[in-house]
Ligand binder design. Structure first.
Ligand code: ATP
Ligand code: MG
Length: 422
């Protein structure tokens, strides 16, 4: 029997993990500049955490969660997103009690959604996200957006489009909700069963429906922006002013609705406008979630965050030709010519590595020529040759591969010699 990776998942082989690591370190470095610190939460949580926070009517909860019962009869779910777990940890560990507010956190790890596999859509994917919890200053909204843009721009991406919108506060959202119900109710029979369900529970979701998107009532639906109260409008203005101050370009799209229930006020997405990118253009999505902490039993703690997948990040880099070539760099490769030399090589290898020199040797009993080829493939900086003569003299031939020069170095001085050259 042949086994395959589960549908929607993939193996990352060494040829790919180099670019993953490059992106990951760029992300960590950017977070450090903004003073966001890493948090790691479990890969599974109580199912109810997600049904309560993400929302019963969302695609995630209705169709995409990996939910299972453990042997103790508890319902658990592989996390489909990172915000609810982070806010849960914020509440449970009483981070709201810390003097450093807002609490600025980032996470990077696998998320799981049962989705139809296509380019840029996996069932296990890695999200990097940040959450700033404890402040409702519009300036922190701009900071969070700026961090996301910064990560992409530092990686060299240029074809980016930042779209923002305001969903308003609860009062604005309720007024809009009533208007949506009045708008869709008379003809709701013409909509899909999901939308019929959404009408009472969460009519905003209808606007995000992929089945009924061409129904004429979609275009004439009341826009959220027309229902923002004064306070919400003023908040949105301040976010825009802060973005201007940071020199960040954006477009306002009144139809931008995010896929999770807990959002209010600022919502944003970053798209790739690169030709090579493909059908799904969203790289990153985020927004403000005042009320989420209370929803899961915590104190009032307004928050904002975003999430992006590394998979789509790398797709964008690929599309713009900005993939960095990561070379595996081996400092030294030992070529041993016979059984006795091999024994000496093992000893030298140990010494080199203890001194922090990346080194390898042949374990396949290859002939000298094949060993030299292996050293070449691994881009070794130096090749150390040991044979009968070298053993006798206690000194190895050391070849500088870049310059083609050769010298003889005593076994005991190999590490120090190589170190002085690097
Ligand atoms: P979409 O409309 O593409 O389904 P979403 O609204 O479900 O996106 P979010 O839940 O906001 O996405 O997730 C934030 C980001 O995570 C997305 O912008 C995307 O970069 C990434 N993402 C979401 N789902 C997947 C997936 N199945 N595979 C890879 N990346 C994903
Ligand atoms: Mg989705």
């Amino acid at each position: 029997m042949m086994f395959k990776v589960p549908r929607g998942t993939k193996d990352l082989l060494p040829a790919e993990t180099g670019s993953w690591q490059a992106v990951e370190s760029l992300i960590r470095e950017t977070c450090r500049l903004y003073r966001y610190e890493e948090i790691r939460t479990p890969v599974f949580e109580q199912t109810e955490l997600f049904t309560r926070s993400v929302g019963d009517t969302t695609d995630i909860v209705q169709k995409e969660m990996y939910t299972f019962e453990d042997r103790g009869g508890r319902s658990l779910t592989l996390r489909p997103e990172g915000t609810a777990p982070v806010v849960r940890a914020f509440v449970e560990n009483k981070l709201f009690g810390s003097p450093d507010q807002p609490v600025k956190l980032y996470y990077m790890g696998p998320m799981f959604r049962y989705e139809r596999q296509q380019a840029g859509r996996y069932r296990q994917f890695v999200q990097f996200g940040v959450e700033a919890i404890g402040s409702d200053s519009p300036a922190i909204d701009a900071e969070v957006i700026s961090l996301a843009m910064d990560v992409y721009q530092r990686a060299g991406l240029k074809d980016l489009r930042l779209v923002i919108n305001s969903l308003g506060d609860m009062e604005s959202r309720n007024a809009h909700r009533e208007a949506l119900i009045r708008h869709f109710e008379p003809s709701i029979g013409e909509f899909c069963s999901d939308c019929r369900n959404r009408l009472e529970k969460n009519p905003l979701r209808i606007l995000d429906c992929k089945v009924d998107r061409d129904h004429p009532l979609m275009k004439t639906a009341p826009a959220l922006t027309d229902y923002l109260n004064g306070e919400s409008e003023a908040y949105f203005e301040e976010v825009k002013t802060a973005l201007d101050a940071l020199g960040i370009e954006y477009v306002v799209d009144p139809n931008l609705v995010r896929g999770l229930d807990y959002y209010n006020h600022t919502a944003f997405e970053i798209m790739s406008t690169s030709d090579g990118f493909g059908a799904i253009t969203t790289l990153c999505g985020g927004g403000r979630y005042n009320g989420l902490s209370e929803e899961i039993g915590g104190p009032e703690a307004p928050g904002i965050g975003f999430a992006m997948s590394i998979e789509r990040f790398l797709m964008a880099l690929e599309a713009e030709g900005k993939m960095t070539e990561t070379e595996s760099r081996l400092d030294a490769f030992i070529v041993a010519l016979d059984e006795e030399s091999r024994k000496e090589a093992v000893k030298i290898l140990g010494n080199l590595r203890r001194e922090g020199i990346a080194a390898d040797m042949d374990y396949m009993n290859r002939k000298m020529k094949a060993q030299m080829k292996a050293a070449d493939r691994q881009k070794a900086g130096y090749v150390i040759v040991i044979g009968e003569d070298e053993l006798k003299n206690g000194a190895a031939g050391v070849k500088n591969m870049a310059e083609g020069t050769q010298e003889t170095v005593e076994f005991t001085r190999l590490a120090e010699t190589l170190k002085s050259r690097s």
